[in-house]
Structure formats: C-alpha cells, structure tokens
Design a protein around this ligand. Structure first.
Ligand code: COD
Ligand code: ATP
Length: 204
C-alpha cells in the first residue's frame, strides 16, 4: 500500500483532488464521510452528542441536525472542542479499520486518506506522502459564500476554526495550488499521480 494523507483548509479543493486520484485508480477514504457515519442514529457518538448539546440538535427523524450544530460550534471554540472530543476518536478508529482493510484487499493499492483536520486532530497514520491543497483565505471564504450559501461571518468562522495555511504548508511534501482554474488543479493532480507511479515502479 502507498498511503497519501490529503489535507487542506475548508473549500480548498481536497474533494476535487481526491476524486481525480480516485478516477486514476486510488482508493479514497473521506474523513468527512466517516464523521457522518459515526454519528448516525443509534451510535454511541450520537448519544454522547445529545448528552452534551441537548436534544435540540436532533431532527424529528432522530438524525443529527448538522446545520444547527454547525451554527453552534463554529465560532465557539469550547463547544467545538467538546464535539471534537466525541467525534474524533470514533473517526480515528474507523479510519484505522478502513485503511487496514484497503491494504488487505489490495497490498499494492494507492490509498488517499482525505482528512481536513490532519493537523488539528493529530492524525498520525504512517503516511508515505502528505499532500496539501492550498488556496488563500479569501478564496476559501468566497467559495463558502458563493458555492455553499454561507453568510460571510459563518464562512469566516469555519475557516478560522482550522489552523492557518502556513501550518499546513509546513508539513506538506507536495502542495497543490487550488487558487487557479479547475484545469490547473487537475493537471497538478495528474502530475502527482504519474510521479507516484514512476517512483513506485523505479523502487520495485
Ligand atoms: C459541526 C458539523 C455537524 C457540521 O456539519 P456540516 O454538514 O455542516 O459540515 P461537514 O461535516 O460536511 O464539514 C465541512 C467542512 O467543515 C470543516 N470542519 C468540520 N468539522 C470541523 C471541526 N471540528 N473543526 C474545524 N473544521 C471542521 C471541514 O473542512 C469539513 O470538510 C460537522 O462538521 C461535525 O460533526 N464536525 C465535527 C467532526 C469533524 O471534525 N469532522 C471533520 C473531519 S474528521
Ligand atoms: N482551482 C480549483 N481547484 C479546486 N476547486 C475549485 C477550483 N476552482 C473552483 N473550485 C471549486 O471550489 C470548491 C472546492 O470544494 P471541494 O469540496 O473540492 O473542497 P474541500 O477542500 O473538499 O472542502 P471541505 O473541506 O468543505 O470538504 C468546488 O466547488 C470546486 O468546484
């Protein structure tokens, strides 16, 4: 297995890059999706969230009201930390299992673990390569407002709930500049895929 840790600030283009790597043949594991799975109705993590934040964070059908909880925690560091303390251990356990399974299924697989909070949650899988998608704060905020319908202050609160770009750039083996056109993001991603495969071929 060749394990890539893919991280980047919110709306920096991680999913776009991950999708492209998946199209090339990588296995894609998405921490945001895992974070949804671990709070599905009936899970211990959802029970803990309700215990901490009250039943108002549930919708009528018993599922988590993500918009409501997001409104509460982004901009409120104490609440966000409490939520992280419930969700992150469960995501860590599930990601360990899924990465191990991907390796079992195909020992030669390239696995991309797409994890926005690689630094914040001290994710320490044994990555072969850390790839960072990078766009300036103003581009992140602009995308959240224009593409995801957030208010300016909500968008800023979400960006500011994460470490800044400098911290991510400091741990990057490869940086993908996602402030240009989509085509530019894709061509950097394709070049990365080819580079990884060349390297692996020459090592084999
Ligand atoms: C607060 C919640 C319910 C809001 O849900 P919502 O559907 O609006 O957002 P979603 O989960 O799709 O996240 C969108 C983006 O927000 C950012 N984000 C999410 N959680 C966090 C967090 N705890 N800290 C900083 N940024 C975060 C990430 O960039 C993520 O890609 C949800 O984000 C959540 O449960 N967060 C805690 C778990 C977590 O840390 N998830 C991130 C990956 S492990
Ligand atoms: N050059 C670019 N590279 C990547 N995405 C771009 C670019 N230009 C515009 N976009 C748009 O910006 C958005 C980035 O969203 P994407 O879901 O890829 O980011 P993300 O980092 O995974 O976000 P999140 O942290 O919320 O999961 C997409 O709608 C994408 O089409």
């Amino acid at each position: 297995m060749y394990l890539i840790g893919l991280t980047g600030g919110i709306a920096s283009g991680k999913s776009t890059v991950a999708r492209r790597l998946y199209e090339h043949g990588a296995v894609h594991i998405d921490a945001d999706q895992l974070a949804r799975r671990v709070v599905e109705p009936g899970t211990p993590a959802l029970a803990a969230v309700v215990e901490e934040f009250g039943p108002d964070v549930l919708r009528r059908d018993g599922s988590l009201d993500r918009a409501k909880l997001g409104e509460h925690v982004f901009g409120n560091p104490v609440a966000l930390e409490k939520l992280n303390a419930i969700v992150h251990p469960a995501v860590r356990e599930l990601s360990n299992r899924l990465i191990a399974k991907a390796e079992q299924d195909d020992p030669d697989a390239v696995v991309v673990y797409d994890v926005p909070l690689l630094i914040e949650a001290a994710v320490d899988h044994p990555f072969d390569l850390i790839v960072v998608t990078n766009a300036p704060r103003r581009t992140q905020v602009e995308r959240l407002v224009e593409l995801r319908g957030l208010e300016q202050n909500q968008a800023e609160a979400r960006v500011d709930a994460q470490v800044d770009n400098t911290a991510r750039l400091a741990i990057a083996d490869v940086v993908i500049d996602t402030d240009g056109s989509l085509a530019h993001t894709m061509s950097q991603t394709d070049a990365l895929w080819h580079r990884i495969n060349e390297e692996r071929r020459s090592r084999a």
